[in-house]
Design a protein around this ligand. Sequence first.
Ligand code: HEC
Ligand code: HEC
Length: 251
Amino acid sequence: MKSWLPILLLLGCCASAGPPEHRSGYHLLGGELRALQDDDFANPGMLWVDRGERLWNAPGGPREQSCRDCHDEPANLRGLTNRLPRFDAEADRLHNLDTLVRDCRQQRQQAEVLPHESEDLLALTTLIAHQSRGLPLEVTVEGPARAAFEQGRASFERRRGQLDLSCADCHQRLEGARLRGETISAGMVNGFPLYRLTWEGLGSRQRMIRWCNEAVRAEPMDPDSRRALALELYLAWRSRGLPLESPAVRR
Ligand code: HEC
Ligand code: HEC
């Protein structure tokens, strides 16, 4: 893990810079990486979409049913991912794309549940997210979702870890600052699941949260926990209006 100590110095110098909000991480990519994201034949994330299509059609569970048997075309789920996480009032919890797919697979298809960040889960979630490419992020934060939203906001602003930095310290106050070859973005989530060169692979929003937590040496969060989902809701709200890019490419 790289040392993030220089950031403390940066914070000292420009903490009041203020947020030029709402810029997709796409705008920080060089021309080559933008071209990679834009070209469906070259974009490495499209491999997961292809794999997701094969899984979509694969029978599973005791009745040998595929996703297609019940949902027909993946395109039927256009307009879902850009509205997630969403509050399920009946279950009194937030759902994100991972929990919806894992639950459906377990409860309706009755097949073995897919582990978080497994290649199969990422293939299905990337296939589904890709259907909403171009649609603006719009999550509901009113009504029953309000408490979770406030919890997420507080979590974003709370300092954490051995470095005592909050998400807001980096992604709001230091947006645009250069840190050891990386440019800190506004921390938008409109690209996920996305391909990161650093990971040499694909990851979900929750993987990104875990990565940033590790960077400041904070305790990891269980990706299914209320606080992790609440933080994701807040991130999606901050990204509102941005078009979904999945599978995006990032450094
Ligand atoms: C036995 C039928 C059945 C199978 C098989 C099935 N689903 Fe579902 N799924 C449903 C039903 C019914 C719902 C709830 C109604 C709805 O939202 O369409 C649902 C809901 C969902 C949702 C939430 C949709 C929304 O708009 O809220 C997702 C995502 C999903 N399923 C993904 C999958 C995936 C991926 C597979 C294959 C791994 C799968 N499902 C297999 C029947 C099924
Ligand atoms: C020490 C600074 C730092 C802190 C603190 C930090 N991050 Fe990050 N974060 C980064 C860097 C560096 C990247 C990779 C470059 C980029 O996309 O900003 C990143 C990337 C991201 C991205 C992906 C942006 C994109 O365009 O794909 C999200 C989302 C994110 N962080 C969320 C968070 C959250 C939530 C927290 C708090 C739990 C947090 N970050 C805390 C430095 C930080």
